[in-house]
Write a protein that binds this ligand. Structure first.
Ligand code: NAP
Length: 287
């Protein structure tokens, strides 16, 4: 292996110890940070994600509430529940686990969350503010990727970054954050012609597609940093990312593993956003 590993578990541990310290300070002042987690339906992957988020709160001194509703919950009922949480002073962040059942309009639900409690950073106000570099909260997964690059002092300024995948929760906010850090950015999607012609020029590649081996060794410039956001199962049922890790690691300069890469950082940045939401609320209250 020539590439250096960017260990998400290791970095997450360091950031979580800072989170725990900030949480302890807030709790001592009578403002324990609180995250409300809402799950609708029985999607098995969502249940695992939600469990991990609640555990991360508990392990780091944050309060969390968990509401699990049946699949047939109506949109109006869900929005009413969010309204209650918006007014609850013990709750500083609200997370609605996605995807929601098809009969519920995800946009309407996200817009129902108070902007100052939108710790996922998906509200239109936060997504729009990210364009100007002034978002109250940045979406956790791309925020975690930026922290991983910062941890290796990767000089984003002036580099060429290629992001594969353009979702609202990963690819697009990732592009904005990279742009603000001074990178020249290209976004690729399923219609991109000759993906490799872009990635081969890239100093940093972010793969966020959801398809194994979308990035192969011949698509990577020697020494590039490769961040793998994808979560997939290979033919043997083993967890894997979007990058052909065994071969790309011999070409890249830096690489993130799956599991143990971006995943733990996503949850960590959710904790960071919840701490910041609490600090913001306290500042507002004491003004
Ligand atoms: P998504 O909404 O399904 O978006 C996938 C993107 O990939 C789309 O922009 C799509 O293009 C593009 N794409 C599909 N096939 C492609 C191809 N052959 N070449 C280039 N681009 C292609 O996915 P998402 O929610 O962003 O998630 C992406 C992956 O990241 C998934 O595996 C997900 O599980 C994982 N994820 C991980 C974390 C974490 O914490 N580690 C967090 C979030 C997501 P079009 O727009 O043209 O369809």
């Amino acid at each position: 292996m020539t590439a250096n590993l960017i260990d998400g578990n290791d970095l997450a541990k360091k950031i979580r110890s800072e989170v725990a310290a900030r949480s302890a300070v807030l709790t001592a002042r009578g403002h324990q940070p609180g995250l409300a987690v809402i799950l609708v339906g029985e999607d098995p992957a969502s249940q695992v994600y939600v469990r991990n988020k609640i555990k991360a709160c508990k392990d780091n001194g944050l309060y969390s509430s968990f509401e699990h509703y049946p699949y047939d919950l109506t949109e109006a009922q869900l929005v009413a529940r969010i309204d209650d949480l918006n007014k609850n002073p013990k709750i500083h962040g609200i997370l609605v686990q996605l995807p929601l059942p098809k009969h519920i309009d995800t946009h309407k639900v996200i817009e129902a969350i108070a902007v100052e409690k939108d710790v996922d950073g998906f509200h239109l106000s936060n997504a729009g503010a990210l364009m100007t570099g002034a978002a109250l909260f940045r979406p956790c997964t791309p925020y975690g990727c930026i922290k991983m690059l910062e941890s290796i002092s990767f000089p984003l300024q002036g580099t060429y970054a290629v992001i594969i995948g353009t979702s609202n929760i990963v690819g697009k906010p990732m592009a904005m954050m990279m742009l603000h850090a001074g990178a020249t950015v290209t976004l690729c999607n399923s219609k991109t012609r000759d993906l490799g012609s872009h990635t081969r020029k890239a100093d940093v590649i972010i793969a966020a597609v959801g398809r194994p081996n979308i990035v192969t060794a011949d698509m990577v410039k020697p020494g590039a940093a490769v961040i793998d956001v994808g979560i997939n199962r290979d033919n043997a049922g083993k967890l894997c990312g979007d990058v052909d890790f065994p071969r790309v690691k011999d070409v890249a300069g830096w690489i993130t593993p799956v599991p143990g890469g971006v995943g733990p950082m996503t949850i960590t940045m959710l904790l960071v956003n919840t701490i910041e939401a609490t600090e913001n609320a306290l500042r507002k209250a004491t003004k």
